[in-house]
Design a protein around this ligand. Structure first.
Ligand code: PLZ
Length: 451
């Protein structure tokens, strides 16, 4: 099946951004939707496909966000639409735990095959990333009969009570929402750009510190799971220094701890490989996935070693909607599209183009008295720049917000991230046409020039 984008692949601005109809809808939103549900860019979408979003005012914007790393195959990708539509007409729900259906089993088989490692695996499906992470903790505790969970500085794992506790950043995710679940411990991550003794020492020192804290403050025998994003997403696209993840995996293995890779943001070709763990040959005991899995329909999964996954008794895992048949059909369409269009290669190419241009900007703007591009980093189509004040590494969230705003006004959807709010992150759909990728980068360069 062809995955030709249904919408003209061009940026077209016919009103100011946001336009009048979007502004009207945003006024309605403010009167109807809880204030806690924020808005990055109040442009109301009418249609989307390929690399663009079309709004209710008739503007088309270039999408460097993919709805936060979800529409890797593009919006309404043809195979996703076809399979989900057929399923929608056949039946919408039975509850897999009551009377099962093939789609769920087929998605589990795909995940067991595609995730790292060729050991015997099992999968359980859920609705959201947070729910998958919660279940990974349940499974690890049930298998190890231990309680403690180790997570990392700058980590993000969700907004439910347990995953909020696992998440590092206080505002906006945790402030006022406690108390948090017990038995959660946080240790340092190998963040090369900000490692005080230098990037070259980062992997070994960070691993030693993390392991020392586990041994001395928790006790390895009490730890059920170590959970880490192989590239931290919301934390600012922090790629742990090479060698850090293998050291943690080795420690987990030696101490009977379940190593969980949270690949909810990094998975499904986003980094130019099926999973970010593939880069250093990491084989997690459990892997959590969501976002890119189903081309925009809500679906999430925990996949892992059969003996660990099977340790929870029948009835211990599940939920009314987990592995909804329409979402499963969409996932099968999405995975098929990733294979057919070789989206790993596309992501790698996007990464090359972006890193080249952004490094050029880093040099070009080095003399600015308002900001410096401190670091350009990332893999595949998961690329970020960290903005600092000139002459040091003090975070620069003001210029980050101003550049994002300027991009939005020009019809380019970009997202910010980072513990210090000073990271601009780029997550284009992997089917983004080259000319739009280049145009988006031009807009970013102009935005910096105008600061
Ligand atoms: N783990 C690594 O990136 C979701 C959240 C945006 P859900 N990230 C985007 C926001 O502000 O809520 C995420 C993630 C990683 C877990 C999750 C949680 O996934 O599907 O949002 O629950």
């Amino acid at each position: 099946m062809s995955a030709a984008p249904q919408l003209p692949q061009e940026r077209r601005l016919v009103t100011a951004i946001p336009g009048p109809k979007s502004q009207e809808l945003q006024a309605r939103k403010l009167g109807a939707v809880a204030a806690g549900v924020g808005t990055t860019l109040p442009v109301y979408v009418a249609r989307a496909g390929g690399g663009v979003l079309e709004d209710v005012d008739g503007n088309t914007l270039i999408d460097f966000g993919s709805g936060i790393a979800v529409t890797n195959v593009g919006n309404s990708a043809p195979a996703v639409v076809a399979k989900a539509t057929d399923q929608l007409a056949a039946f919408t729900h039975t509850c897999f735990m009551v009377t099962p259906y093939e789609g769920y089993v087929a998605v589990a088989e795909q995940l067991n095959e595609l995730t790292p490692g060729d050991h015997e695996k099992r999968t359980a499906l859920f609705n959201s990333g947070a729910e998958a992470v919660e279940n990974a903790v349940k499974i690890a505790r049930s298998y190890t009969k231990r309680t403690a969970v180790v997570v990392f500085d700058h980590g993000y794992h969700g907004r439910t009570n347990l995953t909020m506790g696992l998440t590092a950043k206080n505002v906006p995710y945790k402030q006022g929402f406690g108390p948090f679940a017990p038995e959660i411990y946080r240790v340092p991550v190998a963040y090369p750009y900000r490692w005080l003794t230098g990037a070259e020492n980062c992997a070994a020192e960070a691993a030693a510190q993390a392991i020392d804290i586990i041994n001395k403050q928790i006790g390895a025998d009490n730890v059920a799971a170590i959970i880490i994003e192989p590239i931290q997403g919301e934390g600012g696209f922090i790629e742990p220094a090479k060698g850090f993840l293998p050291a943690i995996v080795e420690y987990a293995k030696a101490n009977g701890i379940v190593f969980v890779a949270d690949e909810i943001q990094t998975g499904f070709c986003r980094t130019g490989q099926w999973f970010a763990c593939d880069d250093e040959g990491i084989v997690p005991d459990l892997i959590t996935t969501a976002k890119g899995i189903a081309g925009g329909l809500p679906l999430a999964a925990v996949t892992g070693r059969a003996e660990i996954m099977d340790s929870a008794p029948a009835g211990g895992l599940g939920g009314t909607y987990g592995g909804n048949p329409v979402a499963c059909a969409a996932a099968l369409g999405s995975i098929e599209t990733m294979k057919e269009l070789d989206l790993n290669a596309k992501a790698q190419h996007i990464g090359e183009v972006m890193l080249g241009r952004l490094r050029g900007m880093q040099e070009k703007f080095a003399g600015s008295d308002r900001f410096e591009i401190g670091e350009v980093r990332g893999r595949g189509a998961m690329i970020a720049i960290e903005l600092v004040k000139p002459g040091g590494k003090e975070p620069n969230p003001e210029v980050t917000a101003a550049v994002a705003k300027a991009c939005h006004a020009e019809g380019l959807v970009v997202l910010t991230a980072g513990t210090y709010g000073n990271v601009l992150r780029f997550l284009p759909p992997l089917v983004m046409p080259e000319h739009l990728l280049v145009e988006g980068l031009d807009i970013i360069e102009n935005a910096f020039a105008g600061i």
